[in-house]
Design a binder for this molecule. Structure first.
Ligand SMILES: NC(=O)c1ccc[n+]([C@@H]2O[C@H](COP(=O)([O-])OP(=O)(O)OC[C@H]3O[C@@H](n4cnc5c(N)ncnc54)[C@H](OP(=O)(O)O)[C@@H]3O)[C@@H](O)[C@H]2O)c1
Length: 336
């Protein structure tokens, strides 16, 4: 296992913004997250150990959202940051999902919801500003002009430095149009994108990545390991062969344990062996070598997993290996 301090992560430019930040970001979705059986995936003590490990490897970009763990994720990050130099870290959070039953205005990117939630979020994080505020999903019920004007106000108030859009579907035209409105009005546009992207989930290839390149947007992929599918602990024959909380979700097997995905995994195993790395490290290294990708958001449930994943920063792939991995998933998106 690589020593954490030896990883010494590099800084990369965050798209067209003026800041440089870690080549691997750390995701905290599972801090305080309850499983369907009522277990907590990552408790406070382990959350702090994971943050320690990430920082020791040189990591400086922490990704959260106001709904992760019902606010616990932000609270635990805030407690951890209180003993550190906050200025050294890039902190990103997100707003969107409904927070009050029966109140439609507590969801989305309407002015009332955004203005109410930003202060609560900063309070939990114990900071005056977040470096990046994402809209967690696109809200088709709020006009883009209302959303961009409200978000611009947060930047002008100094509560947010940069704006991001996190998307499930490749809503390329919506982001481009919102940015056009913002520029026409002299408002802050989106600078960072957070889409799902990994060796087996390739829906952003094509228009979305092309739009990101055209707009000079940072691209920070979530679920870079397909929620653990790309780590080698699932097989065609037996399904899960190790321990996993992620796989407790009923939808995981249907989405990931398919013949087509196992074919991709076969190629991943072959390349991993050639470069003497694990499948997880190789899958992350592929993303880091991919044109248009700024920095994947690494997730991990244990410090062992995190140590393994962060060492992806030390792995070099040849162009031929990157191409083989790219082409392992057939279909209309493979040829970028
Ligand atoms: N914007 C959005 O809508 C959105 C959505 C999802 C995620 N995100 C962000 O992206 C981050 C990462 O997403 P993700 O958690 O889905 O990432 P991921 O890397 O695809 O999956 C992480 C999970 O895979 C398993 N795993 C990771 N490394 C492993 C290893 N070396 N060996 C074995 N198993 C390993 C662990 O789950 P098990 O051990 O339980 O199998 C771990 O929790 C999140 O924390 C969050 O910040 C954003």
């Amino acid at each position: 296992m690589t020593d954490l301090a030896d990883i010494d992560m590099e800084f990369v430019q965050l798209g067209g913004t003026g800041i440089r930040t870690s080549e691997l970001q750390f995701g905290t979705w599972r801090f305080g997250k309850e499983t369907e059986e009522g277990n907590v995936e990552i408790g406070e003590k382990r959350a702090h150990k994971l943050l320690d490990a990430y920082a020791e490897a040189g990591g400086r970009y922490i990704d959260t959202a106001d709904v992760y763990g019902g606010g616990e994720s932000e609270r635990w990050i805030g407690d951890w940051l209180a003993d550190r130099d906050r200025e050294r870290y890039t902190i990103a959070s997100k707003i969107f999902w409904q927070i009050r039953d029966g109140d439609p205005n507590s969801r989305g990117t309407n002015r009332k919801n955004i203005r109410h939630r930003i202060d609560a979020l900063l309070d939990r994080l114990g900071t005056d500003y977040v470096d990046v505020l994402y809209i967690h999903r696109w809200d088709d019920q709020t006009d883009a002009r209302e959303m961009m004007k409200t978000l611009n106000g947060l930047v002008e108030d100094g509560k947010v430095h940069y704006l991001g859009a996190s998307t499930l579907r490749p809503d390329a035209w919506k982001v481009a149009r919102a940015n056009q409105i913002a520029r026409n009005e002299g408002w802050e546009p989106f600078s960072v994108l957070q889409p799902r992207y990994n060796l087996v989930d390739r829906e952003i290839e094509g228009d979305y990545l092309e739009m990101a390149r055209h707009e000079d947007l940072a691209v920070c992929p979530w679920s870079p390991l397909g929620q653990g599918f790309l780590t080698g602990k699932y097989t065609r024959e037996e399904g899960l062969t190790g321990e996993s909380r992620a796989a407790e979700s009923g939808r995981f097997a249907d989405a990931y344990l398919t013949e087509e995905n196992f074919d991709v995994h076969d190629e991943l195993d072959a390349v991993a062996e050639e470069v003497d790395a694990s499948p997880a490290q190789t899958a992350l290294a592929w993303l880091m070598h991919r044109d248009g990708v700024t920095a994947p958001i690494v997730g991990a449930r244990t410090t062992e997993q995190l140590e393994e994943n962060l060492a992806a920063a030390t792995i070099d792939l040849s162009e031929e290996q990157v191409d083989r991995l790219t082409e392992a998933k057939g279909g209309p998106y493979a040829g970028l």
